[in-house]
Design a protein around this ligand. Structure first.
Ligand code: M6R
Length: 605
């Protein structure tokens, strides 16, 4: 969603800000803008454009000098994508400029009030309200002006403010939308995502909700929105700038699919304890005695993370024998859920920023629940809110659609299930069996990736379908759900996922030659039942693509994947289906990394 970049130092700021915006493009946006403070002028200079960052770049005049500036990529919420609605928003005198991520809930009331006081609005956005509130505040310092304005608004924000009368600083604030400071040598950066900073500095400070900061070229200070100083120790970002590049691949999605063997290796590294056939997960902050008292596990996530949670729940039930289920966080928080003290809640999120998940975590904590986070982005909001948890160590995921993070999250759940299982009733030999299976995963994933050319041929073959059905049973069903989501997101082909067992309760009516079915058919105790479903489809002349451990006679095509332990099969069976979605979208000429209408992190409701 929206992205913020800011800089203060000695360098020419516009190229730096435009580069930062390009690095945030992956988050999804519809317009962009930049404002700079020129040392030779008392007014700010601003350019905005609907469309891509390259459209903005084309509009930036040759003479646009400045050494301080802020910039933004906008994802429309209040008002359509347009030049006027793009951020930054300036006051009438051209002195104050604001970029904002989040939503101001009482914007409409404030707009009415300000209009009655004679303010003329130039956009339909909620953010412009904030600009005028800051501009009209008569406090002496920029910090006080911003603080005074923030007191009047309700909602979420990550905000950066530039003021022509205070050229030595940028003031930023955070409430529900990330703000990160980047510490350089006599220069300072600010962004909503470290991806925009890492090519300049890996020393960062992540603001907490309710925190503000003043950044100057050679200094920064943080404080609460009520003015109390806070301490903020810079930390070092784990990833090099190159990790955010395409690395020779045509798309980020392809790069991220290919990285899975290494990514899985990373999530396992340093965690396996062969002596006790278990794993160490110190970050859970849950000792064995406490773990034994857990009666239920409830997993919450959205989209792909929810699907990973469904597989995770299955792993926990089968290895730890603790009743577990997963639910979309977006639904959970609105149904006034019964929060049970003996239930362990697990929030899953790649970005660690998804608003629906964060809001569910906050609601749970307010009701006294214990919440773990299973998160990819280190230091993200959900990771910080949770009582403990585990990082999935997939590395930066740039493509809007999630692939390697899905796989690593499922592996992380396998570790959690093994850990809990070995504290409870999972035997040493079963612990060993799972550990051996986990260790085989990177090589087996590599093996699947090597069959890409064959999967591409299949994708070309199936790309003319208007709709596709995905089926699986028990462990295979969440794999079907995720594969169908992947296909819809990037190819725009309609797809549905059903438990194979439900076929004859309705969806069988849809089967005909024009509706291909992708069936997940592992060699497990449900093999014969899955084969029966294939028979039913074939009897109605449906085309079948099976993902299986052996050729399936009833299928038109079978993608054979290597066998692992049955509990871990979902991890491997998902991989060829990522490639299927990728090559289908490619053959349809889709914008793979930036599918229409979607954003990488959904930080608003
Ligand atoms: O960052 P999160 O894992 O919390 O994101 C949740 C969903 O928005 C995300 O998984 C979404 O479904 C992706 N587009 C999946 O490819």
């Amino acid at each position: 969603m929206c992205g913020i970049v800011g800089y203060i130092g000695k360098r020419d700021v516009a190229p730096l800000l435009l580069e930062g915006l390009q690095r945030l493009e992956y988050r999804g946006y519809d317009s962009a803008g930049v404002v700079v403070n020129s040392p030779k002028s008392s007014a700010l200079k601003m350019v905005k454009a609907k469309g891509r960052v390259r459209d903005l770049e084309a509009r930036v005049p040759k003479r646009f000098a400045g050494t301080t500036g802020i910039a933004h990529t906008r994802w429309a919420t209040h008002g359509a994508p347009s030049d006027e609605n793009a951020h930054p928003h300036m006051d009438a005198e051209g002195k104050v400029a604001v970029v904002h991520n989040g939503i101001i809930d009482n914007a409409s009331d404030l707009r009415t009030k300000l209009t009655a006081e004679g303010v003329e609005f130039l956009s339909e956005t909620d953010t412009e309200v904030l600009t005028h509130l800051i501009s009209r505040n008569d406090a002496d310092t920029l910090e006080e002006k911003v603080r005074g304005a923030l007191k009047q608004i309700e909602g979420t924000y990550g905000v950066a403010v530039l003021h022509a009368d205070f050229p030595d600083r940028i003031v930023v604030a955070r409430n529900g939308s990330p703000v990160v400071l980047g510490i350089g040598e006599k220069e300072m950066f600010v962004a909503s995502d470290v991806a925009a900073l890492v090519s300049h500095t890996r020393q960062i400070v992540t603001l907490d909700d309710g925190e503000m900061a003043t950044i100057k070229a050679d200094d920064f200070r943080t404080y609460t929105t009520s003015g109390t100083r806070t301490t903020a120790e810079p930390t070092t970002v784990e990833w090099e700038a190159e990790s955010y590049d395409m690395g020779g691949h045509d798309t980020y999605m392809h790069k991220e699919i290919s990285e899975q063997p290494d990514a899985v290796d990373r999530v396992l590294r340093g965690r396996i304890d062969d002596r006790f056939s278990t794993v160490h997960l110190g970050g859970l902050n849950l000792d064995a005695r406490e773990a034994r008292t857990i009666r239920r596990i409830k997993i919450l996530g959205c989209g792909t993370s929810y699907h990973a949670g469904l597989i995770g729940a299955g792993l926990i039930e089968s290895l730890a024998r603790i009743p577990a289920d997963a639910e979309p966080a977006s639904e959970f928080r609105y149904r006034n859920p019964v929060v049970d003290p003996d239930t362990l809640y697990v929030a899953v999120s790649q970005s660690g920023e998804t608003y629906d998940v964060l809001a569910a975590v906050q609601e749970l904590k307010r009701k006294g629940a214990r919440v773990l986070g299973v998160v990819n982005v280190v230091g993200s909001a959900i990771a910080r809110e949770a009582d403990g948890g585990m990082y999935v160590h997939a590395g930066p995921e740039v493509c809007v659609v999630s692939t390697k993070c899905f796989t690593n999250t499922v592996v992380a759940f396998a570790l959690l299930a093994l850990h809990l299982g070995r504290i409870r009733d999972l035997s040493v030999s079963d612990g060993k069996r799972i550990i051996e299976g986990l260790r085989k995963l990177p090589e087996q994933i590599q093996q699947i990736l090597e069959s890409e050319a064959d999967i591409k041929k299949l994708a070309d073959d199936y790309a003319d379908a208007k709709s596709m059905m995905f089926i699986g049973r028990v462990r295979g069903y969440p794999v079907a759900l995720e594969a169908s989501l992947k296909l819809k997101e990037i190819s725009y082909i309609h797809a549905e996922a059903y438990p194979a067992s439900e076929l004859k309760h309705g969806p069988l009516a849809l089967i005909e030659p024009a509706l291909p079915t992708v069936a997940i058919v592992p060699d497990d105790d449900l093999l014969e039942k899955n084969r029966a479903a294939l028979e039913e489809i074939k009897a109605r002349s449906g085309r079948i693509l099976a993902v299986a451990h052996q050729e399936q006679e009833k299928a038109d095509h079978t993608v054979v994947v290597p066998k692992n332990e049955p509990e871990l099969d979902p991890i491997l069976m998902g991989i060829p289906l990522q490639l299927l979605a990728y090559h289908t979208a490619l053959s349809l000429g889709r914008d793979i990394d930036k599918p229409r209408n979607l954003a990488k992190s959904v930080t608003v409701e």
